[in-house]
Design a protein around this ligand. Structure first.
Ligand code: C2E
Ligand code: MG
Ligand code: MG
Ligand code: MG
Length: 280
């Protein structure tokens, strides 16, 4: 009896494996097609200066408008893309699209001179030795300037090859881009690494903000990160602010930059421009 059970289990496992592999192949090929067919879309989530209550900019977040499955979130397709250089194609496409849009807004008379848009880059982007040249070529086509763009790398990705990332970050900042360390607090960096971090922003991970109103520990950790950031001359953006209580605590702690559903969900481009005109 036990043997039969074992055999059945094996069969189920085997079927799942096959399904998973098919899935990966299909989505990977589909994703390549998606870039060529212009099925990727950029959404914009505004971030705010809490002191002036004005919009500072937005984070560009990719979506896949799938012909049959509808609007897909990054969690549904980026993991597969990150397994190959496909993620580089996606990140470069998002970067180019954002640069193109910023120039378009400027041409249309939108007042976006002081607005910066952040773009998420995977570690594979940061490991390309000619990244800054490649970005220059893309920007030249668009007419957008590096100071309007903030490049985000997660703390976790950075720790995979810290030395290479730091070299790239130094070069990119020389070119006029600003750098944000994303999901800060979840990536196991040591204080000696953080000490030598030549970035512009720390984005404090949503997990610390989530229980800010109930957890003394998260409150004190947030306070400590803010102090550390001040010493290192980095600006902190709190991620994932969802309610007034979290916002009150952040203000109390002197954190003056935030992003989250409490202000706005990621919006399609028209929605973002509307939000911008209402909050400047
Ligand atoms: P991220 O860079 O940390 O972006 C923030 C994510 O948190 C977004 O999810 C956003 O919708 C979500 N978020 C914002 N405010 C709140 C909130 O108040 N509550 C909650 N629960 N969530 C909130 P999204 O758009 O699904 O993106 C997930 C991740 O996918 C991003 O995390 C980023 O790491 C990655 N990603 C998105 N677009 C790109 C891209 O173009 N390239 C690369 N390499 N990664 C991307
Ligand atoms: Mg990000
Ligand atoms: Mg984040
Ligand atoms: Mg994240």
């Amino acid at each position: 009896h036990a043997k039969r059970n074992g055999k059945d289990q094996y069969r189920i496992y085997d079927d799942r494996m096959t399904l998973e592999v098919t899935d990966i192949i299909e989505t990977n090929a589909g994703l390549r097609q998606a870039i060529a067919n212009n099925e990727l879309v950029v959404y914009f989530q505004p971030n705010l200066n809490l002191t002036s209550k004005k919009v500072m900019g937005a984070e560009a977040l990719v979506r896949w408008q799938h012909p049959t499955l509808g609007l897909l979130q990054p969690a549904e397709f980026l993991e597969i893309a990150e397994k190959s250089d496909l993620i580089i194609d996606i990140d470069k496409w998002v970067f180019g699209e954002v640069a193109r849009l910023i120039s378009e807004w400027q041409k249309n008379g939108e007042d976006v001179a002081d607005i910066a848009v952040s773009v998420n880059f995977s570690s594979r982007m940061f490991y390309m030795p000619d990244l800054s040249d490649q970005l220059k070529t893309i920007l030249e086509e668009s007419g957008c300037q590096p100071h309007q763009l903030i490049l985000e790398i997660t703390e976790r990705d950075m720790m995979r090859d810290y030395d290479t990332c730091i070299e790239t970050i130094v070069e990119l900042r020389k070119q006029g881009y600003r750098i944000a360390i994303d999901d800060f607090g979840t990536g196991y960096s040591s204080l000696s690494v953080v000490k030598n971090l030549s970035a512009d922003f720390l984005k404090l991970d949503r997990s610390f903000i989530q229980d800010l109103d109930t957890s003394t520990l998260d409150y004190e950790i947030t306070r400590a990160v803010l102090t550390l950031a001040q010493i290192l001359d980095l600006r902190v953006i709190a991620e994932g602010v969802e309610n007034q209580r979290q916002l009150d605590h952040l203000c109390e702690l002197g954190c003056n930059k935030a992003q989250g559903f409490f202000f706005s969900k990621p919006l399609p481009v028209e929605g973002w421009l509307e939000f911008l005109s209402e909050h400047r």
